[in-house]
Design a protein around this ligand. Structure first.
Ligand code: ZN
Length: 351
């Protein structure tokens, strides 16, 4: 249960120069380009950081932080209307990034970032807000003591915004990166009933993440929402946090002529994870075993750790499309992936 501190301290005078632009240009496509600007202003650690400049479209109104009883931190980014967002974790130094493409903030005077050290939060050590690009978009960076898993959800209703929970985990296994294929304006393959691959991939990825975290494995996803992510960026994120395993989740398509599960990898270092993933998936979802194959997909080629791409089933085969829409099938696919990853982690340490 979250313990919320509600002390409100508005330091509008100190922040009065922070204006919200009216523009809403697309956010930078590359996390690698995330600026690490000088820090300009630092409100004294209140539990809620109120931002001035509420005029215009998609304003970031305030940021609040709270600590849960388990030591996790909940950071709320309150906006004046529901907004889209993208998240990423980076490893050096450890931090979580939330990009708000439709929200614009002005650079702080003399630099481009505002910072805040929440008094209440446990693992959200510092929050920085800056323009995401010269043309618009806001980037919020939450510094954490280690690479930690997080959950981000869009909040609607009368208090819209983004709720970010950074989960505290004791010394742990991982991190593992799960990559739901496609997203945003890239639906992936589409079934004859209209099922979009990107939605299946995301649901299975989030379920696998939850299972792995329940097992004590720090697990990150390359996207937690319906947003596009560049292919190179997906592998980059895994490399940057020092991931020990990477699993990209996809659905296959073959003009309705094939069915079954298959797994791809590029480097020999990934062969064990590939065969493990195939075996565990087939054992869970009971689809025809189409084997493991090598291919030079960007994500498996560029990732610097055991990395595989799973094709769960054929979305353009009506029988398998129906299964891919079924919650129980999705959970079993996620369980198969999680089991394979967990076995890989156990076997990658000294016997
Ligand atoms: Zn795909």
């Amino acid at each position: 249960m979250a313990v919320l501190w509600v002390i409100r301290r508005c330091r509008l005078a100190a922040l009065a120069l922070l204006l919200v632009h009216l523009t809403g240009a697309a956010v930078s496509s590359a996390w690698a380009q995330a600026p690490t600007p000088p820090l300009v202003t630092s409100p004294e650690a209140p539990e809620e950081w109120r931002l001035p400049g509420t005029v215009g479209t998609s304003a970031l109104l305030f940021v609040s932080a709270a600590r849960t009883e388990s030591g996790s931190s909940v950071v709320l980014l309150r906006t004046d209307r529901p907004v889209a967002f993208r998240t990423a974790a980076l490893g050096d130094p450890p931090r979580v990034i939330v990009d708000l493409p439709g929200v614009s903030v002005a650079p702080a005077p003399g630099g481009v970032a505002w910072q805040w050290r929440p008094a209440a939060a446990q693992v959200a050590e510092r929050v920085r807000v800056m323009p995401a690009t010269p043309n618009g978009g806001a980037r919020v960076i939450i510094d954490t003591p280690a690479v930690l898993p997080f959950r981000a959800t869009r909040v609607g209703g009368s208090e819209p915004g983004v709720r970010l929970e950074v989960l505290w985990m004791p010394p742990h296994r991982g991190p593992v990166v799960i990559d739901p294929g496609h997203g945003g304006d890239e639906p992936g393959a589409i079934g004859s009933s209209g099922t979009r691959e990107k939605e299946v991939n995301l649901a299975v990825a989030l379920a696998a993440q939850q299972i792995l975290m329940d097992w004590g494995v720090v697990c990150l996803v390359t996207r937690a929402d319906d947003v596009p992510v560049d292919l190179w960026e997906r592998a980059y994120l895994a490399n940057e946090v020092g991931a020990v395993a990477f699993v990209s989740i996809h659905c296959n398509a073959s003009r309705g002529t094939a069915m079954g599960t298959e797994v791809y990898y590029t480097s020999p270092v990934s062969a064990r994870l590939a065969s493990g993933a195939l075996n565990e998936l087939v054992a869970q979802v009971h689809r025809p075993d189409r084997g493991v194959h090598t291919a030079r997909f960007v994500v498996t080629r560029e990732a610097e750790m055991p990395a595989v791409l799973c094709e769960l089933a054929f979305i353009d085969a009506p029988d398998e499309e129906a299964l891919l829409c079924d919650d129980q099938f999705r959970y079993r696919a996620a369980l198969g992936i999680a089991r394979a990853v967990y076995r890989e982690l156990k076997s990658s340490v000294a016997p």
